[in-house]
Design a protein. Structure first.
Lengths: 198, 198, 198, 198
């Protein structure tokens, strides 16, 4: 099955998720800078989740760009990923409106962890269909970032109950680590394309 | 008329429905595991409806992939299907926030039943345009699942007033039955494609 | 300029409008049939607006399918149409939640009237670009429905202050009149395509 | 990397932003013209933001139509633009529901200013990839509007604390200035296309 409609649907869902989070932003009580400042933690949590969803869109985009066809099982693996991403607005609001208490901060990390696992499952299924010598397999490489991220999420979940700002720092750290994720895949894709022309 | 824009519009609507349900999720009262646990029935109902909308997207996607053109009547049959799907978030919220009382649980089943009938009408219209010897007609086959589902929905609607958890079990059962719906159509489509190459 | 991205954007906006109306549906007070019945006017108004947005999507789809390129002015005419359509959820909610009082019922008609005028402006601009002998111009024909609709909206607006249910009947009447709008254009398009093959 | 999916994602996000603003529109208290009139400032602010998002979609559409490929950095520059645009509904609501007090009116201008800067960054990155002799570079020209807008936003931000209606006038002025933005680029694009045919 071709990938077109899968990409269109995923784009739609991620585009909606990344924007409906702004509906969770309550207006400040009052019209002063101070009232806006009081909402600052909520705005920063929104920005963090915006970046996370942007990273997932970006990685999804890169991964699908070297995939030729998807199986029925991959469609469900993709919906499974979208399910966990759809809980990001909920967990962002629960964490930030209560000013980052332990349990909601841990739940935020759990949702990120589940999304990372879902992305890994989807990637594995796509590699199986594409084959071990495919451009996709080569582009993924040793997948260091993909292996470190779950560990950092687990660290963040644990830290939520001890030092919550360190937990948030762990989540921010993973986001920063991923912010330039494409260069690697871009290079491999370009190399692979160049080779296929020889 | 080509199917492109019909698919794009349906993708858009289903993508929005599957994600706006998270806007219905109220934040837990408090920041403890217990408060989150209290919201668990709502979260599970959300997951069930997410799966249902995923199933509809998946089946819609498969059905349209073997359709070559759509009539004006099929456009309206498609909008009719989207109408009933658009009531899924409403009925999910009414059922789950009140912890599955009889009437809302029955209404949830009625909405699912109407969506199933609307899908059947759309399928029938598409088959009429494609012809009795089309890939679509062959792929549908005897449509056992499509015939059992309405009966199970009716069973669930009736059970809502007697034993509501059995009603929910009926709804979950239909979802599980559909979770692997594509293999049949995938196989028929592949076979048909292979035959057309001979 | 090609029409692809204009269609995609319009599809997106109309898909969102048609679905966010369900967010306006408040849950019934209570879990009985009576409580749901109390919400019935709201649900019926939602169904009417769903049909109206479906009609606009349908007509937009048919019109654009015979257009080859769009000017910069047509992009704005399209946004102007989307602006009035975007007020449909607002006016639907104001009218139905207050059980169809005079002013909101008139405002609902005014929004529909403005959308109809905006559609006419867009159509005129597209015809100008396509030319008087284009398929689009032929397909529109004498545009009887397009000329009667504004008159019926005006009638409905006036009746809102006298006999509001007759006003609602006028709005329902226009929707019914448009429900099968495509046959005419479909036929002309087919004829034109057939001619161009000779 | 081809531009297709970037355009689709941006279309999705802007389409959602332009429509979810109507969810911020509270129903008037009462069902009279007076009650609706009381909501007029909110409706006008909504119309202004609708036009702004329309301008961004329009300019984005024109810019991408002459771009052939996007780098990984440009994907992030695009997400950065979408981030600031996503704050438009929030700042519109804060400004208009409080009837245009100084700080929220200034914040509205700051969001517009940041979006303008983000658009400039994206444009610069795309030009770098396309080259100094590209159609894009020629079409942008001296970019007078792009240079005046930030100055007018700064003026508006300053005026918010002195004469807020002049601030709003500045924002309206920028929107009017951009309302016919495409002719220039359209002409250059046409010319460039004509030249490339020689």
């Amino acid at each position: 099955m071709p990938t077109g409609r899968l990409e269109a649907f995923s784009d739609g869902v991620i585009a909606i998720l990344i924007t409906i989070m702004v509906l969770e932003l309550h207006l400040p009580d009052g019209t002063t800078w101070h009232a806006l400042g009081h909402q600052l933690p909520v705005l920063l949590a929104y920005a963090l989740s915006f970046v996370y969803l942007g990273i997932y869109w970006n990685n999804h985009h890169h991964m699908l760009s070297v995939v030729h066809r998807v199986s029925g099982a991959a469609l469900w693996a993709n919906l499974h990923l979208l399910f966990w991403l759809s809980l990001v607005p909920f967990s962002t609001a629960w964490m930030s409106e209560n000013r980052f208490p332990p349990t909601p901060t841990a739940v935020y990390g759990i949702v990120l962890l589940c999304a990372a696992i879902a992305f890994y499952i989807l990637q594995t299924m796509l590699v199986r269909t594409e084959g071990a010598s495919s451009v996709l397999r080569t582009a993924i490489g040793s997948d260091v970032k993909g292996k470190i991220s779950p560990l950092l999420y687990c660290l963040g979940i644990g830290l939520s109950f001890v030092a919550r700002w360190l937990a948030v720092a762990a989540y921010v750290g993973v986001a920063l680590m991923w912010l330039v994720p494409d260069r690697r895949m871009e290079r491999h894709v370009s190399t692979a394309h160049a080779k296929s022309r020889d």
